[in-house]
Design a binder for this molecule. Structure first.
Ligand code: SF4
Ligand code: SF4
Length: 105
């Protein structure tokens, strides 16, 4: 199913866009981003949700009471690490051989 996001004057199909890139997802114990979701409970701005281009963060905007983070669709842009001012995001590059590969562009 297609899922579009309006960015200014443009509408972007995120999931189809992500189909242009490849992933080699590491096992869960080697997740390259770990979020301490207990720190999210009192977060007033949820900048990670608004800033993540791959919609890895889902929270109150989706009607959820607890932050739900999935690293599998991450495009390794680093935005969430910069935007979180609560120290909730632990960010590393994926281990060698894992993570994203760009097919186009
Ligand atoms: S910005 Fe940080 S504290 Fe706020 S919801 Fe996102 S990860 Fe949680
Ligand atoms: S690094 Fe970028 S794509 Fe990955 S979870 Fe953070 S904001 Fe989303």
């Amino acid at each position: 199913m297609s899922e579009t996001t309006k960015i200014g004057l443009f509408t972007y199909d995120i999931k189809n866009g992500l189909g242009l890139i490849g992933y080699n997802v590491d096992e869960h114990e080697f997740a390259h981003i770990v979020v301490d979701v207990t720190k999210c409970d009192d977060c007033s701005h949820m900048m990670c949700v608004w800033g993540c281009p791959a919609q890895c963060y889902n929270f109150r905007d989706q009607g959820l009471e607890k932050m739900k983070f999935q690293y599998e669709d991450c495009v390794e842009c680093g935005t969430c690490y910069i935007m979180c001012d609560q120290g909730a995001v632990s960010w590393n590059h994926p281990r060698g051989g894992f993570g994203i590969t760009y097919s186009h562009g």
